[in-house]
Design a protein around this ligand. Structure first.
Ligand SMILES: [Zn+2]
Length: 246
């Protein structure tokens, strides 16, 4: 079956194809992930060539045929191109990490509107907010994990159910969840969580205000979330976009 699909889309990446065309990965509001060709995108006359560029938020028309691997993009207009992200190297790296997570973990042709809205929202925040990009990304990462079915569990100790975890030295087990200081030695510890790291995870997860956190703790939190995801999804190899920060 084929259909003319009019939807919103975020451009995840693009590669050259043939003499003048591009192949792009799009995350669309109505159809989820799609691969599409933009014919003639690299010819000087093409208007779509510069519009269909990674990070851009577009209104698109796609000739969509599910039996085909590559769909045909026939029209694209900019909704937002997030100019402040593109002029700030750190924002850009984290925004690319959002695109990379989506491209690596979301299968094609499966609509996922909540995630689509979450991605638009995080890109808008990177573009407009002065919060540290790592904190914004950490919040998104936890949301993303929950959306794909791997919630990062920190509400209570897996073993004894203790909910007051703020004071102690804690540990995390990738398969079980968080462990309080009394229970942690009886289980495999994937990594340790000190009070500051716990406070950060807790703020990220519950939308609290993150105050006076060391940059190293922010990097550490993202690093552990990557390891958590690698543990659960074996073909996920980590985020290339963030490698320069480590
Ligand atoms: Zn416990």
């Amino acid at each position: 079956m084929s259909a003319i699909l009019k939807t919103e889309a975020i451009v995840l990446n693009k590669i050259n194809y043939g003499d003048t065309s591009n192949i792009v990965n799009l995350f669309t509001k109505n159809e989820g992930m799609l691969t599409a060709i933009v014919k003639g995108a690299r010819s000087p006359k093409s208007k779509m060539g510069s519009v269909v560029d990674p990070l851009n938020y577009l209104s698109v028309i796609i000739y969509n045929k599910e039996s085909r691997d590559v769909q045909l993009l026939t029209s694209a207009d900019i909704i937002s191109h997030f100019p402040r992200i593109k002029e700030d190297y750190e924002k850009l790296q984290y925004a690319h990490a959002v695109l990379e997570l989506t491209k690596s973990l979301i299968p094609e042709h499966e609509p996922h509107e909540r995630l689509f809205k979450g991605i638009v929202r995080i890109l808008e925040l990177f573009n407009s907010s002065n919060n540290h990009s790592g904190i914004l990304f950490g919040r998104f990462f936890l949301f993303f994990l929950e959306e794909i079915g791997y919630e990062f569990q920190i509400e209570k100790c897996y073993a004894c159910g203790e909910e007051n975890l703020a004071a102690g030295d804690l540990a995390y087990n990738y398969d079980l969840g968080i462990l309080c200081s009394n229970c942690k030695n009886e289980h495999i510890q994937s990594f340790l969580i000190d009070a500051e790291l716990f406070r950060l995870f807790s703020c990220l997860k519950n939308n609290g205000i993150v105050e006076s956190i060391k940059i190293e703790t922010i990097s550490k939190s993202i690093n552990y979330l990557e390891k958590f995801l690698k543990h659960h999804v074996q073909n996920f190899k980590g985020l290339k976009s963030l490698q320069l920060f480590k």
